[in-house]
Design a protein around this ligand. Structure first.
Ligand code: SF4
Length: 326
């Protein structure tokens, strides 16, 4: 470890002032503390924001669900409004990490968590994300767990969050508060693909805070669920995953929201799959045909070509689970 300052703030104004001066926000700390121990991150000042009033889950009269940035993963998963309206969110959270981590980690921190690329966490390895212009050890190294979608020459790391996949599928918005006031960013624009600058991972400006993630109202009834495929059944990141939400009325799919995890440098929305489903009647052949589009544009690496077929099968299976008995 190395010296750093730690300040616990109780108000938003105080937090923003500390953030403007370069302080690094911390809440659950389940990623950041690990990275500091490994010297991957070396913030000079930590600003503990866990006392800020961002711990609520609310639903408006017109059905908009808002999850405060500091709501713990376990609490969000168990909240009756989340469980009832969006099983896909509850399931994604409950399939993440371990019970201990879910009791500590927050929704805001979860979507900000950094990649599990082993080279990123090994300070002796070249890594453009950790240290710009040093290279990417994963490209020619062991890349079985890495991304096949949204990659660049500079970085092929997969985004690790499960609930972010559900948020991408449901077209969430991220509410931010910074020195210049509040703003809202569509989830699709919040997490950034690596491009030439893999060290830039999100749309937060200097000193900005996430205050909430908001799920817009979707037509009812909405069936949804999350499927995660991994090497072992607990405390493991996804090789592939699928978040699916379907609005089926009069036997016809009116809306389809589908995204994949474990395969993209960001949670990967699947518009071609969605378009294939909308206006159709659920059937076995439909699930298979729609899922064929799940890996459109994939660029596998030496060790992760299996993800192309695994992704298609994951999406197909989850479409069948969510919509199969319509
Ligand atoms: Fe670093 Fe990205 Fe390459 Fe991993 S994949 S070594 S995070 S640049």
């Amino acid at each position: 470890m190395y010296p750093f300052t730690y300040t616990r703030v109780s108000g938003t104004r105080e937090a923003l002032a500390a953030g403007r001066e370069g302080g690094r926000y911390i809440a659950g700390g389940t990623t950041l503390v690990d990275l500091m121990r490994e010297s991957v991150e070396r913030p000079g000042a930590l600003v503990d924001i866990s006392a800020l009033p961002l711990h609520e889950v609310t639903v408006t009269d017109d059905g908009v669900l808002r999850i405060g940035a500091l709501v713990r993963m376990a609490d969000a998963a168990a909240h009756p409004d989340v469980r009832t309206a969006y099983p896909v969110i509850s399931q994604a959270l409950e399939l993440s990490a371990s019970a201990q981590l879910r009791n500590m980690a927050t929704i805001g921190g979860n979507i900000m968590q950094r990649t599990r690329c082993t080279y990123f966490r090994d300070v002796t390895a070249p890594c453009n994300k950790r240290e710009p212009a040093t290279g990417c050890a994963a490209r020619e190294g062991v890349n079985r767990a890495h991304a096949i979608l949204g990659t660049s020459d500079a970085c092929v790391a997969a985004h690790p969050s499960d609930v972010a996949v559900a948020f991408a599928a449901l077209e969430a918005n991220v509410h931010l508060l910074g020195p210049d006031g509040a703003r809202t960013v569509p989830f699709a624009d919040f997490l950034l693909r690596p491009g030439d600058t893999p060290c830039r991972e999100h749309a937060l400006g200097q000193g900005e805070l996430i205050t909430a993630v908001e799920i817009p109202a979707h037509p009812r009834p909405l069936r949804s669920g999350y499927l995660k495929v991994r090497d072992r059944q607990s405390y493991e990141f996804a090789l592939t995953s699928a978040a699916v939400a379907l609005h089926i009325r009069d036997g016809v799919i009116r809306e389809a929201k589908v995204a994949a995890g474990g395969v993209g440098t960001v949670p990967w929305k699947l518009p071609a799959v969605e378009q294939h489903l909308i206006g159709e009647r659920p059937s076995e052949s439909l699930w298979t045909a729609a899922a064929e589009h799940a890996a459109d544009g994939a660029r596998p690496l030496a060790h992760n070509g299996f993800k192309v077929d695994l992704l298609k099968r994951t999406v197909e299976r989850q479409l069948r689970i969510v919509g199969g008995d319509a």
